[in-house]
Design a binder for this molecule. Structure first.
Ligand SMILES: *[C@@H]1O[C@H](CO)[C@@H](O)[C@H](O)[C@H]1NC(C)=O
Ligand SMILES: *[C@@H]1O[C@H](CO)[C@@H](O)[C@H](O)[C@H]1NC(C)=O
Ligand SMILES: *[C@@H]1O[C@H](CO)[C@@H](O)[C@H](O)[C@H]1NC(C)=O
Ligand SMILES: *[C@@H]1O[C@H](CO)[C@@H](O)[C@H](O)[C@H]1NC(C)=O
Ligand SMILES: *[C@@H]1O[C@H](CO)[C@@H](O)[C@H](O)[C@H]1NC(C)=O
Ligand SMILES: *[C@@H]1O[C@H](CO)[C@@H](O)[C@H](O)[C@H]1NC(C)=O
Ligand SMILES: *[C@@H]1O[C@H](CO)[C@@H](O)[C@H](O)[C@H]1NC(C)=O
Ligand SMILES: *[C@@H]1O[C@H](CO)[C@@H](O)[C@H](O)[C@H]1NC(C)=O
Length: 874
């Protein structure tokens, strides 16, 4: 039979998903396990997939998974007919020959390729004879990095079919004790919640996720292909406030240093913002939002500068100034008015930023330069090497340079090299709706310097990883690994010297005990050392030149081979059963490929095509009525409708909105949102369903020139995704669960989540769990509910306008009805007419925590006493 050619990553993704669809009945993944063990922040993950070919013909079977970019694959094997086929890590040049041969025959190539922000694809395939089975087993390793106070282990589960025996197990073992742990990610949804179990006792945690086959088909991010999403386990550990933890096993040690009981050092920060033509549109808009947000976060003791550039450099102010309220307001105004134009003179801009910082020495402060650009240098000095050497000379190690590369047109390698040469890091900002959050997220990581000029000293230690760090930021961590000379703990004395707010500080602990790990994990510390050493050598290789570069490269290659890491310098060669081609697996290098754009687009298409949104198949209403007496937990159903309630508020001030959902059984039916309309007295409220993710008219008050609309979410637990408030046509406020946007004509400002502002007749007061909005004499509260890690909005009308010329769902008057008949079916009389009704229930989200209430379910038209169309905004 025809062999499917998989030369891939790019085109292959779409092709592969199509192939999978067509073939899904032919081969059966009967078991899929992901087993991750984390010990001292070093995670080793094994993915095991067992597949049977149930057909009478031989079949090409694919193994296709995603692993974190930061990880190194260290092992891959296949088991067919009792025989193992092991992947072997070879130097890239050696592997290249086999690879080229295979490719030239047009037949082969499994590849590891970059997808999305944090993951890489690993893909291979094997032809399996009729009625045979194959087991694929892939192992990868990574050192978890502490960011903003936590470590995150990301596990991507996408077996490509619903699997009978599906398991994800994560074991975390931290000697120091785990002080918090949370499970996040797309798979942590309500529908899957009962499949996730977490146990956490002091030093150990075990999270396991065993969804049933049914759950794999019906969760909101699953489809016919089963699960496709992430599970993210975030945690942090207790630590010795001073020197931190030192662990040893065999001759190797690892030191985790992350003190937090220090005062923050005032910053001098200069933002250098690209405003060249290519930033046009959304990128510029998101940059403005992020910048305004970041400026709001500066402390009064900080000093800052802001310059923008295209082919010229524009100053907000020529010198750094203190972050006083007035200066910040003026800088924000400047930021709001940044417009894109012209070409990109990166060199001039960075040198000007450097000049400003150099001209502003300040005792006991920490300086940093942040460059944001989306392109190559195109005007002024354009030779990357000349720019790098000029910048390096100008900065002269005095402060770190952080480069943020926005989108995929940047020369990321150039930015990365320039950052690394100046004690900083480069980060890619992905063009997406959350780019502003990526920018502010990065800034937050470097927002609180606690130490500068950190030197880690280990008397009695050797073969150390990096020991000098120019900055230590709150929420991060410094990790050093090495060997203990002669394995002699007595003479091994660790010490850290650094500068904290102008003072030299020493961290040492005469009583420091170097914890020995048990034999079983003997090799793990050694692998941490190898992992860190290889990562750092790869960075050095990028920055260095000449023989030094070659040395770093050789050392990194030797270690990669010794520890069997698939790095950018090595490849894994997978030899298959006779008659089949050899696969060669390469690891891509971030920023090296400009095809990134294509890959990403492809992967976006790919994942979208796999995500089939639908509701949880709750029982039909009749069943719910019965099962209610059996005390069924209604939280098992997706709650997705709205409840209009009068609660115990005074008459008229009293329409609350609240969702619960009851989805029809058919999986392809649209989501249904249930609204509940309370009564004046204590009789049962009415409820009705609205289908589809429509935009609803919440409150229209034409004489007050106020219009509030709400966009229903299209996913489980959705409620409202966004609420728009329009005022006198020229002011618009867009509220979602993460931010508040204020749009005045052409001007758009992203507001701090915790803010109180007044613009004209509008006052907005945003707190953690609610946003209060007052316009004239109308008052609304928008509650932010959090359920299983997902946020959604619930508007409540607290005070109706006095002239009461309002319409919309929030303005509904309490229901008035009479029961006219209870059996065999219920009929209610409203305004003299009879309507059918059924007993159902909904959750009251106007109260936190939200109780479940009974209600009479009837058609929207009957409950509203008018067409539902009147409440839908088109
Ligand atoms: C996961 O891996 C660990 C360590 O290799 C092992 O002890 C454990 O039994 C494995 N768990 C499963 C469910 O395979
Ligand atoms: C496979 O072969 C058997 C015996 O030859 C036959 O009964 C069966 O229908 C075949 N199955 C398929 C799926 O073709
Ligand atoms: C550092 O972070 C910790 C934990 O988030 C916090 O308690 C502490 O106040 C922070 N320190 C400074 C100086 O901001
Ligand atoms: C580390 O810093 C110390 C003092 O700050 C310096 O003497 C030493 O040369 C530095 N080491 C490296 C490898 O840069
Ligand atoms: C450091 O590494 C080198 C090369 O692997 C090795 O020869 C040497 O013994 C190591 N030093 C110590 C103190 O272990
Ligand atoms: C070291 O141990 C001694 C005795 O156990 C104790 O008195 C002393 O406070 C300890 N020093 C530190 C820095 O923990
Ligand atoms: C509520 O009011 C309606 C209409 O006035 C009336 O028919 C019904 O009996 C009342 N229910 C209660 C519990 O008072
Ligand atoms: C109420 O609003 C309608 C438009 O929706 C308008 O025609 C009418 O004049 C308003 N009435 C009052 C009293 O403001």
């Amino acid at each position: 039979m025809e062999r499917v050619v998989v030369l891939m990553a790019l085109l292959g993704l779409l092709l592969a998903s199509a192939t999978t669809l067509a073939d899904k009945d032919d081969w059966d993944i009967y078991s899929f396990h992901i087993n991750s063990t984390v010990s001292s922040r070093y995670a080793t993950t094994v993915i095991t997939s067992r597949v049977a070919n149930r057909m009478n013909d031989s079949k090409e079977i694919e193994f296709h998974v995603r692993i974190p970019k930061n990880a190194f694959i260290s092992k891959f094997r296949m088991l067919i007919d009792g025989q193992f086929y092991d992947g072997v890590v070879k130097g890239k040049e050696k592997a290249q020959q086999q690879y080229t041969e295979a490719v030239s025959r047009g037949q082969s190539a499994g590849l590891v390729s970059s997808v999305g922000r944090t993951m890489e694809e690993f893909k291979t395939s094997v032809t399996l004879a009729a009625h045979k089975k194959v087991t694929f087993e892939l192992t990868y390793e990574e050192l978890l990095k502490r960011r903003l106070g936590k470590y995150e282990l990301q596990i991507h589960a996408r077996p490509m079919q619903p699997v009978k025996d599906f398991k994800v197990d994560v074991y975390i073992n931290e000697k120091a004790g785990i002080n918090f742990m949370e499970v996040k990610g797309g798979l942590n949804t309500k529908a899957l919640a009962n499949a996730i179990t977490r146990t956490h006792v002091d030093k150990q945690a075990w999270v396991y996720f065993y969804p049933t086959e049914d759950q794999q088909k019906t969760c909101d991010i699953c489809g016919e292909q089963g699960l496709n999403g992430d599970l993210v386990i975030a945690y942090d550990v207790n630590r010795n406030p001073s020197l931190g933890d030192i662990k040893k096993s065999g001759r190797y040690f690892v030191h985790h240093f992350a003190p937090s009981n220090l005062a923050s050092i005032p910053k001098n920060v200069v933002f250098v913002i690209d405003q060249s033509g290519s930033m046009h549109g959304k990128k510029m808009h998101q940059t403005r939002i992020a910048l305004i947000h970041i400026l709001s976060d500066l402390a009064e003791e900080d000093h800052f500068g802001l310059i923008t550039f295209d082919s010229q450099v524009f100053h907000w102010k020529r010198e750094l100034v203190q972050a006083t309220k007035g200066n910040l307001e003026s800088a924000k105004t400047f930021a709001r008015q940044i417009v894109e134009r012209g070409s990109t003179d990166i060199s001039r801009a960075v040198l000007e930023g450097t000049r400003m910082l150099n001209a502003h020495p300040r005792e006991g402060s920490a300086s940093l330069l942040i460059l944001l650009t989306d392109g190559d240098p195109t005007s002024g000095e354009t030779n990357p090497e000349v720019i790098q050497s000029n910048v390096r000379r100008a900065i002269a190690g005095k402060f770190p340079l952080y480069c943020l590369g926005f989108g995929f047109d940047v020369n990321f390698e150039f930015l990365e090299k320039m950052s690394l040469q100046n004690n900083g890091v480069a980060r890619r900002i992905y063009e997406d709706s959350d780019a502003d959050l990526q920018l502010t997220g990065f800034y937050n990581e470097v927002a609180t310097p606690l130490l500068t000029d950190v030197t880690m000293i280990y008397n009695g230690g050797a073969n150390l990883t990096e020991t000098n760090f120019s900055r230590y930021y709150n929420g991060s961590e410094i990790v050093v690994a090495g060997q203990i000379t002669n394995n002699d703990i007595e003479t091994f004395t660790p010490q850290v010297i650094a500068i904290s707010c102008n003072k030299r500080v020493t961290f040492s602990d005469i009583n420091a005990t170097v914890e020995s790990m048990e034999e079983a994990s003997d090799s793990s510390i050694q692998r941490v050392w190898a992992y860190l050493t290889v990562k750092q050598l790869l960075e050095k290789e990028l920055v260095l030149s000449g023989p030094e570069k070659e040395n770093a490269k050789k050392e990194a290659l030797d270690l990669s081979l010794k520890y069997s890491f698939v790095t950018p310098l090595t490849s894994m060669v997978v030899t298959k059963p006779q008659g089949e081609n050899t696969d060669v697996l390469h690891k891509p290098r971030e920023g090296k490929n400009k095809e990134g754009k294509r890959q990403r687009t492809q992967s976006t298409v790919f994942s979208t095509s796999l995500i089939v949104m639908h509701g949880y198949p709750g029982p039909p209403i009749q069943t719910m009525m019965n099962s209610q007496q059996d005390d069924v937990d209604y939280d098992d159903f997706e709650h997705h409708a709205l409840l209009v309630s009068a609660a115990d508020l005074p008459y008229y001030d009293s329409i609350n909105i609240q969702p619960t959902i009851v989805s029809p059984r058919a999986t392809d039916a649209p989501l249904s949102h249930r609204f509940l309309q309370k009564t004046e007295n204590l009789s049962l409220p009415l409820c009705f369903d609205v289908t589809g993710n429509v935009q609803l008219k919440l409150l229209h008050h034409p004489s007050g020139e106020l219009f509030v609309n709400g966009q229903l979410d299209s996913v489980a637990n959705g409620g409202f995704r966004r609420i728009n408030i329009l005022l006198k046509t020229d002011l618009r406020v867009e509220i979602d669960t993460e931010k508040v946007l204020l749009i005045e004509g052409q001007r758009i400002s992203g507001l701090d989540r915790y803010i109180s502002i007044t613009v004209g007749s509008l006052t907005l007061f945003s707190r953690e769990k609610e946003i209060d909005v007052a316009v004239g004499d109308t008052r609304m509260v928008i509650l932010i509910h959090k359920e299983n890690g997902k946020d959604f909005l619930w508007p409540i009308l607290r005070q109706r306008p006095l002239d009461d010329n309002v319409s919309g769902i929030l303005a509904l008057k309490p229901a008035v009805y009479e029961d006219v008949q209870q059996s065999p079916s219920t009929r209610l009389k409203i305004k003299g007419q009879d309507y059918d009704a059924t007993r159902a229930s909904a959750v009251d989200y106007s109260i936190n925590p939200s109780p479940t209430e009974d209600c009479w379910l009837m058609s929207a038209e009957s409950a509203l006493q008018r067409s539902l169309e009147d409440f839908i905004v088109t």
